[in-house]
Structures are given as C-alpha cells and as structure tokens.
Design a protein around this ligand. Structure first.
Ligand code: GLC
Ligand code: CA
Length: 572
C-alpha cells in the first residue's frame, strides 16, 4: 500500500533504499517551467534551464519538484492546454532533455512530480481536430462534450454556463453543435465516460512512470465526472448555490472516484508506487475521498489561501486538516502560494478585503482585488516569512512555489499588451489574472533578464528585480533565501511523527505548538512583541532580542526545561 505508514523501507533494484512514504512530509517545490530558467536565449524557460539550476534546488533542500505542464502547447493557458500528453513542447526541449533532467534531479536526491491535465485537452490535440471534422454523433465527437444548440433556431448554447475564466462555457462549431469548455475556449473538456479517453490517460500515466517520474499532480481533479443529462440543464445561477454534496453537474461528483481507483492500480504497479496529489477545490469534508490510499493518495488543502494573517483562522485550518488527513490515511498538504494565486507576501500586505480569494467551487484561485490598493510591502514580506516558517513546522507536506524563497511579491504593473493569462482576456475588467505571480525568476543582480536567460524574458520583469536575485540574496545571511535554506535543512532533521500538540502561550493572537522530538514553533500574529519560553532559538523569521519575538514573526525553539505537553490534536 503506497499510503499506509510503512516502517520497512524497500530496497530498489539498484540497491538504493526507496522509501515509499517519501511524500508524507516532503517539501515540494513547484516549477512553472516557462518562467524558471531559459537556456537558449529565446526568452522562454526550458528543461535544460531547469537542469542547470538543480544546484539551487539542492542547496535549498527540497525533497521534490512539481513541474507544471511542459507538454506541446499553443499556450492559451500557460501550458494547461495540452496538445500531446506524451511529449515535450519543442519550445521547452525534447524527451532526451526530460530524461537528462530527471536523471540529474534523482542524482541530487530530488524526486519529480509532473502535472497531468485530464479535464480537458487543447483544441490543437489531434483528437479535438478529428472531432471537429467528424459529424455530429460520431465516435470522434464522443471523446469530448458536444451538445446541440437550443432556442427556436438552435443558435443558443445548451446552457448559460460560464467558463472559469469568464465568458460562455459553450463554443459553437458551426453545424448546430456546441462543445463544453469549463476553462478557455482552447480547452475542450473530455468526456470521461468514453473508454478511449480513460484508456489513453492510463497509457500516459505509464509512459511517464516508465521514464522514472515519481508522482503526478492532477489538474482540476474534481471536474472529470460530469452529468449533463438534465433537460434543460440547470442555470448558472442555480448551480452557484447547491454545490458541496456531489449533486453538481460537473464539480466533485462521486463518479470521479472510479477514475482514480483505476489510476491508483496503475500507479501501484510501480516500485515504489507513484504518488499523486489532487487539485480538487472541494469542501474540506470531501477532500479525503481524493486523498485516500485507494484513490490519488493526497489532495491539496487550499484553505490557507483564503485565511487572513490571523491566529484564529490559521488554527481552525490546521486543526481541521490534521484531523481530516488523519482519517483518510493521507498526510496534510500546505499551500501558501502557487501559479494561480496572488503571492503570499503580497496577500499579507493588503487589507484583508482586497487580498481575499473569491470562494466558490472551482474558482477560489481567481483572486480579485489586484495588487493596487495600499500594499504594505515590508509588512507583507515579514508576515509571509512568518507564515512560511509556521507552515514548514507543521506535520505533512509543504508545497512551495518558485520565487517564494526570494520573498517575491506579485508583480502588479504588467502592461496589458504583455499579459498572457486567459483570465485577463476573458474577464480583465474583474480580474487581471495570474501573470503577476509568473514573472521569470531573477537569478543574478544584472543582465538582460537578471540571469533568467540571455535575452528579455517572455513576461516583463520589473526594474530593480536584481536586488531580489538568488545571487544578491546568497550574499546576505538575513535574506529570505537563507531563511528558506536554513528552515528546510532544520525541517529535514527535525521532522519525525505527524503529531502536533498545541501549547497555550498565554497570548491571544499567537500560535504555539510542539512537535515530537521536543521542538516548538511560535508565531506572533499580533502587533506587539511577546516573550518566548526560555530555550535555544533554532531559527526565526525576524531577529529575536532578549527572548522577545517581534510582531508578525515565527521562531522555532527547543526549551531548556521541557514543558508538560499540552492538548494532543492528532495522534499520528
Ligand atoms: C488548474 C491550474 C490552472 C489552470 C486550470 C485549467 O486550476 O492550476 O493554472 O488554468 O487548472 O487547466
Ligand atoms: Ca528557452
């Protein structure tokens, strides 16, 4: 069983010990490949670029990389529009480059998790082209979701549903039929009742697992099973209200789990079994269904994305998730930033109402409010560092997003003509989209793209970005980069059981907990410094003087006098 707590690590064919539970408390670093490192000066990050930066990942101390889509794509949605699931985008390299990258990652002791996008292909996928040139009712159309138009002359869409990026979710194809796209029009939704679709994804899982991939991040995992039999289909307004019990026509339907049961069988054919993590925007109580050992094994918990920097809100999210993941047999998953949301340094520097996620199923990642209202940059970064240290002290796996180790903020000032996100094109008056967290990384202090490549980057980097570069921060022990490196190194050494005990700090807006092995994490969410218990400070997100932890900061410590344990919230 891949997800049961196992005590005897297995020995792989090459004699190297493979721990099938490596993922339970892993620090996983997300690479958005087009914005990570460009090796050939075309302004687009690529696989050879990633391989060249493995020393950075190794020095950072991450356990695994999650690689966002690198497949052939016309980039209508940053690569989440896939033309071919079993190849590399020529703009990013070749399969040989992929093999070299994975070998180098493994040599550095880093696992590789890749993104798989099963809800929709791109409109350039050979199957979709076949569907368009085949007649209504054909097997070619059955791989996608085609429906007749409605209204007196059939010119109206089958329903008034909206795409997640704004605008209609149905696109006419000129012969009276429409196809469904829950995302961009270039992303037609697959019909998962079609056996060819099911078989093809199993082949894709095997293709990459055979190449040594250690796991998969499953895009829009809660969307695959659809029931469009109602006549007429429910209206968009009706769908908006009733959504969390499995009765929605496309989100979080029970049918999706038979798909992942099949996937799990394939993933378990490998030694060690391949892992999977669901991107499922579902009610917390339904997350376990995706995370159980006979399903994908893990599911993202996005609840911290919608929490303010507030002790009470963090505590509720943490307590609830530890309990839920305990029940499912999975481990917790923590996320403060990813390629879909406003970077956490920026969220925490905005007034809460502007930083908030718009919460509705499938759409929580569309943050509105932008980054223009009074942004307190320093406060945001200070809190982000505190939240990160808190997250890294929690049991479970921590998902980090490229650039957060540099304390990057969301980039707000991107000229309209440079934007790429379909959200902006379809719904720009409501939401400027996600380009601001996808700006290519600054590696060095100067140069045409601050070391990202030898030419200007595909999304414009701000002037002065070099001050935040890896090169600059390497020379500064008080930098965010050093904090991440130190914290990840300590975490590796300190993580043991998945238990956490809350400690009553005596302060209202403080979160204090102990982990087995006798280390503790204290986060001061309030505006005033607090006194820390007497002990050795292992790391802190801002300078601790005279045993006082400043406002908006976290410290890890080991006490001189062991304290009586507080209340157990979870027995691992
Ligand atoms: C997921 C991805 C997001 C993408 C969408 C459609 O939410 O994280 O980036 O736009 O799916 O594939
Ligand atoms: Ca390139």
């Amino acid at each position: 069983m891949p997800n049961a707590v196992q005590t005897t690590p297995e020995v792989g064919l090459d004699g190297i010990t493979e721990d099938p539970d490596w993922w339970r408390q892993a620090a996983v670093y997300q690479i958005y490949p087009r914005s990570f490192a460009d090796s050939n000066g075309d302004g687009i990050g690529d696989l050879v670029g990633i391989t060249s930066r493995i020393p950075h990942l190794a020095a950072l101390g991450v356990d695994a990389v999650w690689l966002s889509p690198f497949y052939p794509s016309a980039l209508a949605d940053g690569g989440y529009d896939v033309d071919d699931y079993r190849d590399v985008d020529p703009k990013l390299g070749t399969l040989a480059d992929f093999d070299a990258m994975i070998a180098a990652l493994h040599d550095a002791g880093i696992k590789l998790v890749i993104d798989i996008v099963p809800n929709h292909s791109s409109n350039q996928h050979p199957w979709f082209k076949e569907a368009l040139s085949a007649p209504k009712g054909s097997p070619e159309r059955d791989r996608y979701i085609f429906r007749d138009g409605t209204g007196p002359d059939g010119a109206q869409p089958p329903s008034d549903w909206e795409s997640m990026f704004g605008g209609p979710a149905w696109e006419p194809v000129g012969d009276g039929q429409f196809y469904l796209h829950l995302f961009a029009r270039e992303q037609p939704d697959f019909n998962w009742e079609n056996q060819e679709v099911r078989a093809d994804f199993l082949a894709t899982l095997r293709f990459w697992s055979d190449r040594g991939v250690d796991g998969f991040r499953v895009d829009v995992a809660h969307g695959l099973a659809k029931d469009l039999t109602a006549d007429p289909l429910a209206t968009w307004a009706e769908l908006d209200s009733a959504t969390t019990d499995g009765s929605h026509p496309f989100w979080d339907r029970d049918g999706v789990h038979s798909i992942y049961a099949e996937w799990r069988k394939v993933l378990n054919e490998y030694d060690p079994p391949r892992t999977a993590v669901a991107e499922a925007w579902v009610a917390p109580s339904r997350r376990a269904r995706f995370a159980s050992p006979d399903s994908l094994g893990q599911s993202f918990n996005f609840d911290l994305l919608s929490a303010d920097f507030d002790a009470g809100q963090f505590r509720v999210v943490i307590t609830e998730d530890l309990a839920l993941s305990g029940k499912s047999g999975s481990s917790s998953t923590w996320v403060l930033s990813n390629h879909d949301v406003v970077r956490h340094a920026t969220r925490y520097g905005l007034p809460p109402k502007d930083a908030h996620c718009t919460i509705w199923p499938g759409r929580a990642w569309l943050l509105t409010g932008g980054t223009r209202p009074a942004l307190e940059r320093n406060l945001g970064l200070r809190r982000a560092r505190a939240a990160t240290l808190l997250m890294l002290a929690l049991p479970g796996s921590a998902y980090l997003y490229q650039g957060e180790e540099l304390g990057l903020h969301e980039i707000a000032d991107i000229p309209d003509e440079a934007r790429q996100d379909p959200t902006f094109f379809r719904n720009g008056d409501v939401d400027v989209g996600r380009d601001g967290c996808r700006i290519p990384l600054p590696w060095s202090a100067g140069g045409p793209s601050f070391g990202f490549g030898t030419a200007a980057a595909h999304l414009p980097q701000p002037a002065g970005f070099g001050r935040l570069s890896v090169e600059t921060q390497e020379g500064d022990p008080s930098s965010t980069l050093w904090m991440y490196r130190d914290a990840l190194r300590l975490r590796r050494r300190l993580q043991s059981s998945e238990r956490l005990r809350w400690v009553d700090s005596g302060y209202p807006d403080v979160l204090h907990f102990q982990r087995d092995g006798g280390w503790e994490s204290v986060t001061n969410f309030q505006d005033q410094p607090i006194a820390l218990p007497d002990g050795e400070i292992l790391i802190s997100s801002s300078v601790v003087t005279d045993g006082r932890l400043p406002a908006n900061s976290t410290a890890w410590l080991v006490r001189r006098e062991p304290e009586t344990p507080g209340k157990h919230v979870r027995e691992g």
